[in-house]
Design a protein around this ligand. Structure first.
Ligand code: HPA
Length: 281
């Protein structure tokens, strides 16, 4: 069975585990312009994606591409600073490979963050939103094809893809920081072109509050492996047709940079809450 995704993910996990004594049960993926949290870990060990066997390399500016393992508020965490996207030409197997590796390292709780366009007009540019559910319009599913039972079952439930328990903890962390987190449905597209105004109207009719080009594939794979998922979007722009200015990657990055300190604060508070639950439960 050499050369299966399971074997490759196991080899990559062993490579990472050999470089740190920490055994994180919580991992966090930082999206576009949202990398600051990774700089705040104590006793951190950073490993460039390029060094990890079989790991995909990001080609997008703003996704620096390293796995950082360290401590936050006394809890060991693995942080992916950057990710790869299907629009770069990667298969959904490649896009989700890092999540497979985190799972093989023993991670049980996955926090996925991203930059997203706001479809719901009640949202504001620059705010953080908890993902309550998703709509997969990326045209892909990372678990299509032969199923490897060592990861998880052929068919699996997605009715609570984003853990209600973790969302409650995130709300508690936001309360400590004296801001309120909205929740919304995240719809994923392949990209990299932004949407047309007609697409955004259609997505609103479908029940979407947010639109983006990541996260959903990773959530599916994490659920396949039985991990609990928390999703956090940063509304980097209002979606096409809502805001007057044309959309740009520069705007996405600039808003991300303006919000990354707040996101880092939220994660710093939420992680120990999640850590306590893990050790006591
Ligand atoms: N659309 C898709 N993806 C995005 C957007 C958007 O408006 N903003 C940030 N990521």
């Amino acid at each position: 069975m050499a050369g299966t995704i399971f074997d490759k993910a196991t080899a990559a996990a062993q490579f990472v585990n050999a470089r740190t004594e920490l055994r994180p049960r919580i991992a966090i993926v930082l999206g576009s312009g949202l990398g600051a949290f990774a700089e705040q870990l104590e006793g951190a060990r950073a490993i460039a994606f390029a060094l990890i066997p079989h790991f995909p390399q990001s080609t997008v500016p703003g996704h620096s591409g390293k796995l950082v393992i360290g401590m936050v508020s006394g809890v060991p965490v693995a942080v992916m600073q950057g990710r790869v996207h299907a629009y770069e030409g990667y298969s959904s197997e490649e896009v989700t490979f890092p999540v497979r590796v985190l799972g093989r390292m023993g991670v049980k709780t996955l926090v996925l963050t991203n930059a997203a366009g706001g479809i719901n007009e009640g949202l504001k540019q620059g705010q953080l939103v908890l993902i309550s559910d998703h709509i997969n319009l990326s045209g892909r599913n990372p678990v299509a094809g032969p199923n490897d039972e060592r990861f998880g079952p052929r068919f699996f439930d997605m009715s609570e893809a984003y853990s209600e328990r973790l969302r409650l903890l995130a709300h508690d962390a936001a309360k400590e920081m004296e801001f309120r987190l909205d929740e919304g449905v995240y719809l994923s597209v392949l990209g990299p072109s932004f949407e047309t105004p007609a697409e955004i109207r259609a997505f609103r009719t479908l029940g979407a509050d947010l639109v983006g080009m990541s996260t959903v594939q990773e959530t599916i794979v994490a659920r396949h492996m039985g991990m609990e998922v928390l999703g956090v979007s940063c509304v980097t722009n209002m979606a096409a047709g809502i805001q007057k200015e044309p959309l740009s990657h520069e705007e996405v990055m600039a808003t991300g940079r303006a919000v990354e300190a707040q996101l880092a604060g939220l994660l710093r508070r939420a992680v120990p809450l999640m850590g306590e639950q893990l050790t006591s439960g």
